[in-house]
Design a protein around this ligand. Structure first.
Ligand code: PMV
Length: 324
């Protein structure tokens, strides 16, 4: 038996990915730019065992049959790279709500990929692991890296570039948890519906490269206000596509909107903070460190906010234990 354990953090995109250019290969229609979050984490142990008849996953203490196909496809890709035929037992735990718009699939598949690679004797820093993680989730390759991460389309796939380490622009993120429940429509299914049915999908894809290029310029200049305007705009464009999908993808709750309004008001008063929201009702407030307390106080007072998770930018996926 050979086994390894990895930690990985979710990431949130400031410039979002929504839509696929190749569904089978899970290739995104657009690039994206994310930050990795240190306050949330997935811990995953992968053990390859000669006597297993199939891959097995225990997620947060329960057998997760629904994930079986994706899991096996990721592990197949690793087995192919390593020339192995052994199946694996996978134990994965999240210290935050799973499948609820907090990017648990990103941290989950990043941790799985790195732990599985290590257990098979592959280099956990091998760039080919990005394509393996992407089988699990389009945003998972970004969680292989820490800080600010760019995911770009290339001719045949995608490539990640870590742009700034956490210490190079130490932003804080306050997550307002508004529900612990899972979402009704996964990102994976939702974005395919958007491409088929939203009249705003084509303009979303067309205007996206300019957002990504501008975000890189603003990041290089550490221009918080510029990035705040752009990230909120890009987030709202994505939600405009979601809302105009048929059937509609309305991921927000009333409390989501209340948090957005509070953050807008804080910024009007000069507090350096902006919001971003993914395929779920949780609100992520990104701020300069000196604003974190004021942001947490304001969001904590919004009726319907269940709890806050406050943290900094995190490291990429990494091995914490190996027994190969
Ligand atoms: O990686 P997926 O399939 O969970 O899709 C992620 C989609 C968003 O979170 C809404 C945007 C993004 O870029 O993370």
């Amino acid at each position: 038996m050979s086994s390894a354990t990895a930690l990985a953090h979710p990431n949130i995109a400031l410039i979002k990915y929504w839509g696929k250019r190749d569904e089978g290969a899970n290739l995104p229609a657009v690039g994206s730019l994310s930050v990795t979050l240190d306050a949330l984490r997935t811990r995953t142990t992968v053990s390859f065992e000669a006597d297993l008849a199939r891959d097995e996953l225990v997620l947060n203490g329960e057998t997760a049959a629904a994930e079986q196909t994706r899991l096996a496809r990721c592990l197949d890709a690793l087995r192919q790279l390593a020339g192995s035929r052994e199946f694996a037992r996978v134990h994965s735990d999240n210290d935050f709500p799973t499948g609820a718009g907090l990017a648990s699939s990103a941290s989950g598949y990043a941790a799985l990929t790195v732990a599985g690679a290590m257990a098979l004797g592959l280099d956990p820093a091998d760039a080919r692991l990005e394509a393996v993680a992407r089988i699990g989730s389009g945003s998972a390759p970004r969680s292989l890296y820490g800080g600010f991460v760019l995911l770009e389309n290339t001719a045949s796939g995608t490539r990640c570039k870590p742009l700034l380490a956490p210490a190079e622009w130490p932003l804080n993120v306050v997550v307002a948890v508004t529900t612990e429940a899972g979402k009704a429509t996964s990102s994976r299914d939702g974005m395919v519906d958007s491409e088929r049915t939203s009249p705003y999908y084509a303009p979303w894809v067309e205007t996206h490269p300019a957002d990504l290029a501008r975000a890189r310029t603003l990041l290089a200049a550490r221009d918080f206000d510029g990035l705040a305007d752009l990230a909120e705009h890009n987030c709202l464009k994505m939600h405009a596509v979601m809302l105009t999908t048929q059937p509609p993808l309305l991921y927000w709750l009333p409390v989501t909107l209340a948090c957005m309004q509070v953050i807008t008001e804080l910024r009007r008063q000069g507090v350096p903070v902006f919001y971003t929201i993914d395929a779920g009702p949780q609100v992520k407030a990104v701020c300069l460190p000196e604003a974190a307390d004021a942001v947490a106080e304001a969001l904590g007072a919004v009726p319907g906010v269940l709890r806050l998770i406050t943290g900094q930018l995190g490291e990429g996926a990494r091995i914490v234990d190996a027994d190969a």
